[in-house]
Design a protein around this ligand. Structure first.
Ligand SMILES: Nc1nc2c(c(=O)[nH]1)N[C@H]1C(S)=C(S)[C@@H](COP(=O)(O)OP(=O)(O)OC[C@H]3O[C@@H](n4cnc5c(=O)[nH]c(N)nc54)[C@H](O)[C@@H]3O)O[C@H]1N2
Ligand SMILES: Nc1nc2c(c(=O)[nH]1)N[C@H]1C(S)=C(S)[C@@H](COP(=O)(O)OP(=O)(O)OC[C@H]3O[C@@H](n4cnc5c(=O)[nH]c(N)nc54)[C@H](O)[C@@H]3O)O[C@H]1N2
Ligand code: SF4
Ligand SMILES: [Mo]
Length: 752
């Protein structure tokens, strides 16, 4: 494959194009397959079982696994093509050092020299400005062992409170709401409970594109007669097959949930026995939703009164039900309130904690669940413990062999870390498995922060847009080059198995972190020989916490096809369904099924408030953003996989024909989206399937194609999730942008 010349790469990066494509390796048919390794897909939180075929230390193909109970042989397009990352020409196989004179802006250096340099720079900056001048950003695509190690490394190795992770952009609103209502943060049910249920309610989740295997569960439910309700500003593929579709105006979900609850109360569609026996706070909540008449709910949500009434009746009168939501209701400045609204209608129906009665947020990243439990969050210690709680600190300090006061206190969320870089409090940054330059909102502010740092190091297997700002880039490991556990969407802990060794000087991420700890002279507690040893310590550290992994072992995962946490000891099989009547948990200790001392769930009042930046005369259209089926997150991985790029090559602006007509824009015309932060010029895609007051742009592209040039910094006050799903914009017709021509001339002669 002819490559893009290195000296053009840096300029190209500013445009955020699709990268070198890998269209597949030419595989010699006589090639001997050395082994087949049972493992899981590296992308989304469903963690489909796959079998990797290995020849000569290279993954050369795959097959779905029919024995894994979740996907039973099904895969989506990303899972099918994931293996094309391994032999990719862009794969980092050496360390890189910033060198503005070199083509591409970096020169290769030896790993030992590079890691020495990282340690020296960190020591120097910490000596000068104190330990808190260094920050860490990590991620939820990492195995749980690595996520645990990152939390420990920040607190003990770097002695800084400043660590946070990319789940801050993903799971935190749902997590906060689950903790407030249930005292525990995990899907309440295994997905088999979806199949036999009477009603599936799906809010703000494009499951056909983002959780494709879940679609199969919903369709099986439909085949058994279930009614499907979908709430989304777009008629997504699942909405097309729903019994009832509610086209909500973005940012108004709590109003809908409150309105539905009010109707349930008025019509007597609530489970009074359950409410009395198993919950607290209902009277106050009932009082607070009484203002949400059908008329008011319709006015605020933009949904017809009749449809709201239908939804309330279908939900209210069901015998069994399952409610699912995802980022569509969570990426908001009132994301926690939205989730609480959803939980309130579940609790009021009494349909939780039994077969075919359930509730869950749909986990996003591969380890979106396990990655949010064991201490890489800024306020958390392993076992979903609270870093500000003296008892919790004492438990973890004992496992780590330190005094509690050696563990720093809470840090700040990842966006606040960007602000602290701007204000000069944070001077150095280490990133592993996070691409904030593409994924954070208002990302020119983020790029400016990264450029302001005295020192930055990124550990990645590709030169991500964030890594391009680093002084040193260390070559980390792909998922198939390491082993460890991940907790998938249902709360089932599974095992990733190693198929190949990292190429060249690339290393398993946990080894890089331990090398760094050693060179910093802080290697105590960082001398693990393998991920299994890290898991053993994690099991102790989580023991007695709400996310209790004490009984999770690789052997048990193999034997049972996964282990649902909490799993209290080696003889305990795990807990597939939470909140069953009569079930025991350590917080309630027999008082009831929920994770509070009285064993009861909490109804929490969730008042409505408008989005942080609502539309006005100047910016009169709602901008929302999200995903397409063929691309994954910031795109560093999937924009390099040819067949996925072919499927949806460029981001488009989805708009309704009525809006397009008003703006004088036709399908495929160029158009510019402008907000108070910035603008982006892309092609328009005129579709009937979106509200006329809203446009949608997928966010997987970087540079000039990145919609996060336009999104707003505003965050939920509780969860600190950014408001990716609503800001105000205007759209104007435009000409082909200059970057397209510049890019074409830079790419001339290069084969991608
Ligand atoms: N193909 C693919 N799959 C993925 C990913 C990927 O990048 N690509 N990423 C994974 C990750 S990390 C995540 S977090 C999940 C995300 O999975 P989803 O949350 O399902 O995906 P999104 O596209 O972010 O948003 C879902 C829907 O929310 C709608 N929406 C926007 N605003 C509102 C609103 O105010 N209210 C309501 N009710 N709906 C609204 C959008 O129209 C969109 O259809 O997907 C996971 N799976
Ligand atoms: N506008 C808008 N923005 C959004 C969203 C949206 O809906 N709209 N969604 C948000 C959501 S839900 C999410 S989850 C975030 C995701 O945002 P990010 O976490 O920034 O996205 P990723 O693409 O997963 O970035 C991970 C980086 O780590 C690398 N990586 C992956 N696995 C490993 C590993 O095991 N080891 C090492 N060393 N590196 C690894 C990848 O190559 C990539 O460069 O984006 C958020 N941003
Ligand atoms: S991306 Fe998700 S749904 Fe697709 S194969 Fe991978 S784990 Fe399965
Ligand atoms: Mo996510």
């Amino acid at each position: 494959m002819a490559e893009i010349p290195a000296d053009r790469l840096q300029t190209l990066a500013e445009f955020g194009p699709n990268l070198h494509y890998n269209h597949g390796m030419t595989i010699d048919p006589s090639l001997q397959i050395d082994k087949e390794v049972d493992t899981h897909c590296c992308f989304c939180g469903q963690q489909c079982g796959i079998k990797l075929k290995v020849a000569d230390n290279q993954v050369v193909g795959f097959e779905p696994r029919y024995d894994f109970p979740f996907n039973k042989g099904l895969l989506c397009p990303k899972g099918v093509k994931r293996y094309l990352q391994g032999g990719h020409p862009d794969r980092l196989t050496t360390a890189l050092q910033k060198n503005t004179a070199a083509p591409g802006g970096f020169s290769q250096i030896n790993y030992d020299q590079a890691i020495q340099e990282v340690a020296e720079k960190i020591k120097h900056i910490q000596n000068q400005y104190g330990p808190e001048s260094v920050g860490v950003l990590s991620g939820a695509s990492l195995t749980t062992e690595k996520a645990y190690l990152m939390g420990k490394f920040a607190r003990l190795g770097l002695q800084t409170p400043y660590i946070d992770y990319n789940g801050r952009l993903c799971m935190v609103s749902a997590a906060a709401a689950n903790k407030k209502a249930f005292g525990i943060d995990r899907a309440a049910n295994p997905w088999d409970d979806i199949i036999g249920t009477d009603v599936v309610w799906i809010s703000g989740a494009n499951i056909a594109e983002c959780a494709p295997i879940t679609t199969n569960y919903v369709w099986q439910a439909r085949e058994h007669g279930a009614k499907i309700i979908v709430v989304d500003p777009r008629i997504t593929p699942i909405a097309r097959t729903a019994d009832l579709y509610l086209p909500i105006k973005p940012g108004r979900d709590i109003a809908l949930f409150n309105g539905v609850l009010n109707m349930m109360i008025q019509w007597g569609w609530i489970d009074e026995g359950f409410i009395k026996g198993y919950t607290v706070g209902f009277d106050e909540l009932a009082e607070s939703v009484s203002e949400w008449t059908l008329e008011k709910t319709a006015r605020v949500t933009g949904i017809a009164e009749k449809k709201i009434a239908q939804a309330a009746e279908i939900w209210g009168t069901a015998k069994t039900s399952f409610l699912l939501h995802a980022r569509g209701i969570e990426h908001h400045t009132h994301g926690v309130q939205n989730c609480l609204g959803a939980i309130n209608i579940v609790l009021a129906s009494g349909r939780i904690g039994r077969e075919n009665c359930g509730y869950a947020t749909i986990t996003g990243q591969a380890n979106g669940q396990g990655g949010r439990e064991h201490g890489q969050k800024c306020d958390q210690l392993p076992g979903a413990r609270d870093i500000s709680n003296p008892e919790h600190r004492a438990h973890v300090a004992k496992v780590w062999g330190v005094e509690p006061d050696e563990i720093p206190g809470p840090g700040v969320d990842c966006y606040e870390m960007m602000r602290k870089i701007h204000s000069g409090e944070i001077k150095a940054l280490l990133t592993l498995c996070f691409n904030p330059k593409v994924s954070l909102p208002d990302n020119s502010y983020v790029g400016a922060a990264l450029d302001k740092l005295d020192f930055m190091c990124s550990i990645d297997f590709f030169l991500s847009e964030t890594a391009q700002h680093a002084d040193i880039v260390l070559p980390g490991s792909l998922q198939e080059e390491d082993e460890g556990i991940i907790t998938q969407i249902e709360g089932r802990v599974i095992k990733i198995n190693k198929a190949v060794d990292p190429p060249g000087e690339a290393k398993q991420d946990w080894k890089i972190i331990q090398d760094l700890a050693r060179l910093l002279g802080r290697d105590k507690g960082f001398t693990f020989e393998n991920p299994g040893e890290i898991l053993d310590e994690l099991r102790d550290a989580s023991k007695g916490g709400v996310a209790d992994y004490a009984g999770v072992t690789y052997e048990k995962i193999d034997k049972q096809g996964g282990v649902f946490w909490p799993c209290y000891d080696e003889d305990h099989p795990g807990t597939p369904r939470l909140f069953e009547k009569g079930s025991w948990n350590p917080v309630a200790n027999g008082a009831g099924p929920f994770y509070f001392p009285d064993g009861k769930a909490r109804f929490v009042v969730a008042p409505y408030s408008a989005p942080a930046e609502d539309i006005d005369d100047e910016y009169d259209i709602i901008l929302t953003s999200g995903r397409v089926v063929s691309q994954f997150l910031s795109g560093t991985q999937t924009r390099r996989i040819g067949p996925l790029v072919d499927q949806y090559p460029e981001p488009c602006i989805e708009m309704h024909p009525r809006l397009a007509e008003k703006l004088n824009i036709k399908d495929n015309d160029w158009a510019t989206v402008q907000t108070r932060r910035g603008s982006v010029t892309l092609r328009a895609q005129v579709v009937q399937t979106i509200r006329p007051d809203t446009i949608f742009v997928p966010y997987h592209w970087a540079g000039k194609r990145s919609i996060n040039q336009c999104t707003v910094q505003a965050q939920d006050p509780i969860s600190k999730i950014p408001e990716f799903k609503v800001c105000a914009c205007r759209v104007v017709k435009s000409l082909e942008p200059n970057y397209i021509k510049e890019e074409q001339s830079l790419l001339q002669g290069a084969v991608r």
